[in-house]
Design a protein around this ligand. Structure first.
Ligand SMILES: NC(=O)c1ccc[n+]([C@@H]2O[C@H](COP(=O)([O-])OP(=O)(O)OC[C@H]3O[C@@H](n4cnc5c(N)ncnc54)[C@H](O)[C@@H]3O)[C@@H](O)[C@H]2O)c1
Length: 302
């Protein structure tokens, strides 16, 4: 099956360089019309220029594709709404949103300012929420949409010096979970991509030999699968160096202790049973936890 994007309209944020540029080029090469968004700032989010997005648009056009440039910051909701309108005015629809824009402000939590925490959350979480909100009514009325969040292994598992970034990145998985549930009846699939790639963002964060193996091109197939008509929904795909994995948020079977004065001590004593992963599930929605717990309480009552 060829992953064809003919007739589709895509918005890729942060597509003036790094992974976003490759996502935009790949979607365009497979037939999509692509709105290339990028603030054009430094890796810490400072500065800005529309030339980064324009250069990628020029590349797409030179290869015979259709593209438009947009220099909005994803942190600015009215500019993001104008960006969605720009795509609709030009091409009449929005089929795909790839939330890729991102910055880093790494420091150990002890040394991190709250300003750096807030800015990183603003770009990654609020930026993604703004873009989803702006495209949502268009996708709803079309009864079709594909949204790809960009999460990170830092969000999923943690990394030293990235408390702000990790929190913001896992927040995108949380956004995915509920948007996928709400989007289901409108044909909107929402997924997340956890890439590992040598870009300016990871320069200096990993040894050169490791970075040499992590070509950013190797991430693009996972984005294409998540953005395509055949995409799954509520899936977190990990991709790097040609390897592909899936990450899940699971719920263990746990135990039932009921209520009473000895429960704290009993829980402490039996914590290993609670943590035992045998029989764990990937809940279909947040309701699963309450259902499981109330079910145990009812069963204990007989
Ligand atoms: N490279 C990796 O290993 C890796 C790992 C996990 C997640 N990611 C994520 O992948 C995405 C792409 O990162 P990259 O590695 O290509 O780095 P990058 O710095 O090359 O790309 C990020 C792009 O986002 C743009 N951007 C930043 N703030 C913006 C804003 N407010 N509005 C619009 N555009 C903005 C930047 O100008 C830049 O072009 C990011 O979300 C990043 O967090 C990357």
């Amino acid at each position: 099956m060829a992953l064809d994007f003919e007739g589709r309209v895509a918005i890729v944020t942060g597509a003036g360089g790094g992974l976003g540029r490759l996502h935009a080029l790949a979607l365009a090469a497979r037939g999509a019309r692509v709105l290339v968004n990028d603030l054009g700032g430094a890796v810490d989010g400072s500065g800005g220029s529309a030339s980064a997005a324009q250069a990628v648009v020029d590349e797409i056009r030179a290869a015979g594709g259709q593209a438009l440039a947009n220099g909005a910051s994803v942190t600015d909701f009215s500019a993001v709404q104008a960006m969605a309108q720009q795509a609709v005015d030009a091409w009449g629809r929005i089929d795909i949103l790839v939330n890729n824009a991102g910055i880093l402000r790494d420091k150990s939590f002890a040394k991190m300012s709250m300003e750096d925490f807030r800015l990183v959350v603003d770009v990654h979480l609020m930026g993604a929420a703004h873009c989803c909100k702006a495209v949502w009514p268009h996708m709803q009325s079309q009864n079709y949409g594909r949204i790809v969040m960009t999460t990170s292994s830092t969000g999923l598992y943690g990394n030293f010096g990235q408390a702000n970034y990790g929190a913001a990145k896992l927040a995108q998985v949380g956004l995915m979970q509920t948007l996928a549930i709400e989007g289901a009846k409108h044909g909107i699939h929402v997924n997340a991509l956890a890439p590992t790639a040598a870009t300016r963002m990871t320069q200096g964060l990993m040894p050169e030999a490791v970075l040499a193996a992590l070509s950013p091109e190797a991430v693009v197939p996972a984005m294409l699968v998540l953005a395509h008509e055949s995409a799954p929904t509520r899936t977190t795909l990990c991709a790097g160096a040609g390897g592909f994995e899936a990450a899940f948020i699971t719920l263990t079977e746990g135990i039932y202790l009921g209520q009473g004065g000895q429960v704290p001590e009993q829980l402490a004593q039996r914590l290993a049973e609670v943590l035992d992963r045998h029989g764990e599930q990937v809940p279909a929605s947040g309701a699963a936890q309450g259902t499981l717990e109330v079910g145990k309480a009812m069963a204990a009552r007989g």
